[in-house]
Design a binder for this molecule. Structure first.
Ligand SMILES: [Zn+2]
Ligand SMILES: [Zn+2]
Length: 321
């Protein structure tokens, strides 16, 4: 009888070899922005393969106005796959072109229309959170821009049943007139938006780029105290967990691999294990410079989480960087 080729059992090899299959950390929610290439219903399986128990997706191409539709059948497959793999919460990130705060009437009209479609797809897919960038005032008045954002969110949602969906407005690095790098602006969004459930998503790289030094113990404590006073840490269910490729206060939004940027491994160990943060969903939006970077970054984040029996792995043993 012919022997089966050995190569047909790579999962077995993965289990018995020195690289153990990655597993989620019990009691913690760690995930990554996951590709929807091919079909949106493939994303949950991809996230599961990376041992995520939460994930983020775009529900359409993030850089064009014309959105792709999600059919009811596709949404059903997506929901089933997500349920099967216990991925919770589901976070959707909105299209980058949307600027509800824009002083340009045409851009704002398209933004409202686009954001309404984002809300509809998020409801169809059963998302808990829809993360959005607050947009830019360009060179105009910021108070008026905040008012345009608030009325834009409310017009987009008019008449929709959002169910369990909460909109999360994300803090920004602050470049190019972007709203949302100031915590007081985040507070204004949350307080002024009445007809749509709205809370915040905080991005660690954007904190650092907007001048909050979360790489140090003191800096993290000061940042969280100010955030708590401005919006309340309970109003921040999702943390975008990214290191920064640019300098403290640079206002330039470039993400870096966990531990390889300005925030560093010690910074992320404190962030991931902070008693006020540990129950949040941590979503990585780290770069993929070479194949496997997604899993490597997730493994770094998981290895930094205390209270587990995982042996800390050196994530980049073969690399010379
Ligand atoms: Zn982010
Ligand atoms: Zn960013």
């Amino acid at each position: 009888m012919a022997r089966l080729p050995q190569t047909i059992h790579p999962p077995e090899k993965a289990r018995t070899g020195k690289h153990a299959c990655p597993t989620p950390v019990p009691g913690r929610r760690i995930g990554i922005h996951t590709s929807i290439a091919g079909a949106i219903s493939r994303a949950p399986e991809r996230a599961h393969q990376l041992a995520c128990n939460t994930f983020q997706i775009f529900s359409t191409s993030p850089r064009q106005w014309k959105a792709s539709q999600v059919s009811a059948a596709e949404a059903r497959l997506f929901r089933q796959a997500r349920e099967k793999h216990g991925l919770r919460p589901l976070v959707i990130h909105d299209n980058y072109l949307i600027n509800l705060a824009s002083p340009n009437a045409e851009i704002r009209r398209k933004s409202i229309e686009s954001f309404r479609a984002e809300l509809e797809r998020a409801v169809l897919l059963g998302a808990e959170y829809l993360v959005m960038h607050p947009g830019s005032a360009l060179n105009g008045d910021r108070t008026q821009a905040i008012a345009r954002f608030v009325s834009g969110v409310e017009s987009a949602a008019r008449g929709l049943r959002l169910g369990p969906l909460t909109v999360l407005v994300e803090n920004t690095a602050g470049g190019g007139g972007a709203l949302g790098s100031e915590f007081e602006e985040l507070r204004a969004f949350v307080q002024l938006t009445e007809r749509v459930p709205l809370a915040c998503c905080i991005d660690t790289a954007h904190l650092y780029q907007s001048g909050w030094n979360v790489s140090t113990e003191k800096g993290l404590a000061a940042t969280l105290a100010r955030l708590d006073a401005a919006v309340g840490l309970d109003n921040i269910p999702v943390i975008h967990t990214n290191d920064s490729r640019t300098a403290l206060g640079s206002r330039a939004d470039r993400h870096e691999h966990i531990g390889k940027g300005g925030i560093g491994l010690a910074g992320f160990r404190r962030i991931l294990n902070h008693p006020r943060l540990r129950h949040k969903a941590f979503i990585l939006e780290t770069p993929i410079d070479k194949k496997g970077d997604d899993l490597r970054n997730l493994d770094v984040a998981r290895s930094l989480v205390q209270g587990t029996r995982r042996a800390p792995r050196n994530p980049r043993t073969p690399s010379n960087d």
